[in-house]
Design a protein around this ligand. Structure first.
Ligand code: FAD
Length: 288
């Protein structure tokens, strides 16, 4: 299908973009890489009269480290994440996850801010954000607020972000040296969304789990933080039995929608499988 007619705006600064948002209100939509928004417009699920392209605003791009925090501009593309030396050295989970998103065409244009803002439980960044204890900087004409990823995703295509806000930056505390990590994603075919995926970060103290975070993709209306599974592992030895028990706890919070990727039972089982796979790989990558 063809989208309805719209006016295109290309502001050069965040205040100009916020001004346009305020001017056009509900009629406006922010455009980032367009890989989720444009398909929705073509199907007429979204029918904005005004598109505000964030692509000409330099402050929204780039990756830097500032006092123990990795700051990523919302308009940074998947490809830029993958090739970032800073992320490769200090936050390789994000590099691993970005490499598993779709295909090069999507990764060259799709942005981390768009992937998170869209609120699609099938998107990969939200679970990684939960596993990395990220937070998001949201700007409106009224000022700026910083919202933790944990609690940001409230429903399918629904987040805490207000219509007059722009996500400007993603902030991630630099993972401690020796943090193990893994994004385990099961796809039907190259380029597909996850049938189920698990993001894990893991700190070991000898054979004992010191800290662990587990988050799941596409097995509920939002990304899911597997808190009971984390609690069951923390302070204990990481064994085949403890990982299997954690996977059972992760599966117990899954509520996936059946689709062409499988029925609910299959996707739930695969969430458990991905959890165990991610824990094992994270263990092999963790320092003591
Ligand atoms: C074939 C295909 C396969 C895909 N597979 C995957 C996959 O496996 N994993 C995955 O994670 N994603 C996948 N995607 C989605 C892709 O990663 C999108 O790029 C992403 O969901 C949206 O990012 P975008 O920059 O394209 O945002 P857009 O499509 O431009 O915007 C998406 C939404 O977010 C809003 N928005 C964008 N930026 C901001 C901002 N800074 N502040 C506030 N609101 C904002 C827009 O208004 C819009 O509502 C796939 C897409 C396609 C077409």
């Amino acid at each position: 299908m063809i989208p309805r007619e719209f006016d295109y705006h290309a502001p050069k600064s965040i205040p100009d973009a916020l001004g346009l948002l305020a001017q056009f209100g509900d009629e406006a939509k922010l455009l980032a890489g367009g890989h989720s928004l444009l398909p929705m417009m073509k199907m007429r699920f979204a029918q904005p009269g005004h598109l505000i392209d964030l692509g000409k605003i330099p402050e929204l791009k780039g990756i830097r480290e500032e006092r123990g925090t990795i700051c990523i501009g919302a308009m940074t593309t998947e490809n830029e994440l993958i090739w970032s030396k800073l992320l490769q050295d200090k936050c390789p989970l994000l590099v691993e996850g970005a490499r598993l998103i779709s295909d090069p065409q999507v990764r060259y244009k799709g942005t981390i801010g768009g992937d998170i803002s869209h609120g699609d439980p099938g998107n990969d960044h939200p679970a990684m954000m939960l596993a990395l204890s990220a937070s998001f900087v949201l700007r409106s004409a009224a000022g700026e607020r910083v919202v933790p990823a944990d609690g940001f995703f409230v429903g399918t295509y629904d987040t805490l972000m207000k219509p007059d806000e722009i996500m400007t930056e993603v902030r991630i505390p630099v993972p401690a040296p020796g943090t193990g990590y893994c994004y385990a994603k099961l796809k039907r075919k190259v380029g597909d969304y996850a049938a189920a995926a698990a993001a894990v970060t893991l700190r070991m103290n000898g054979e004992t789990v010191q800290e662990v975070a587990i988050a799941l993709t596409n097995v509920g209306p939002t990304p899911l933080k597997a808190r009971a599974a984390e609690d069951a592992l923390r302070g204990k030895a990481l064994t085949d039995a403890s990982m299997a028990a954690a996977a059972e706890l992760a599966m117990s919070i899954c509520d996936p929608a059946a689709d062409q990727r499988g029925d609910a039972e299959y996707k739930t089982a695969m969430a458990g499988e991905m959890t165990q796979r991610a824990l094992r790989l994270a263990r092999s990558r963790a320092g003591n």
